[in-house]
Design a protein around this ligand. Structure first.
Ligand code: SF4
Ligand code: SF4
Length: 103
């Protein structure tokens, strides 16, 4: 594994932990599948969604949030802490592929 890939995964884990800490999307699972706190769960049509979550650990999806989500206090709390992690993505020129590209 390259140093850049290791750093990618570290930054992904940090953002994922912050997303859970601040409950940004209120994601939950029931007998009907995954849901979030909004009308439409943005992972719904994605081929990378598995029963155990995101198969590809998409860093892009830890930076993009829907317009309904970004007006919440939970999102503001998240981004206040996440901004330092996001700055490292730029500092180290970590490529952020879209969900179709990353493997
Ligand atoms: S790639 Fe993004 S949209 Fe697809 S399952 Fe992972 S987090 Fe969800
Ligand atoms: S970004 Fe919006 S649609 Fe996607 S999981 Fe979060 S609250 Fe739901």
């Amino acid at each position: 594994m390259t140093e850049q890939k290791k750093l990618y995964l570290e930054l992904y884990d940090q953002l994922a932990a912050l997303q859970i800490k601040h409950n940004v999307c209120n994601i939950y699972c029931d007998s009907q599948g995954f849901h979030c706190g909004k009308n439409r769960f943005c992972c719904t049509d994605c081929d990378h969604l598995t029963e155990s979550g995101c198969r590809i650990r998409s860093l892009y999806c830890k930076i993009w949030f829907c317009p309904e989500c970004i007006v919440t206090t939970e999102y503001r709390s998240y981004i206040t802490e996440a901004i330092n992690v996001i700055a490292k993505i730029k500092e180290h020129n970590i490529p952020i592929p879209c969900r179709e590209e990353i493997q």
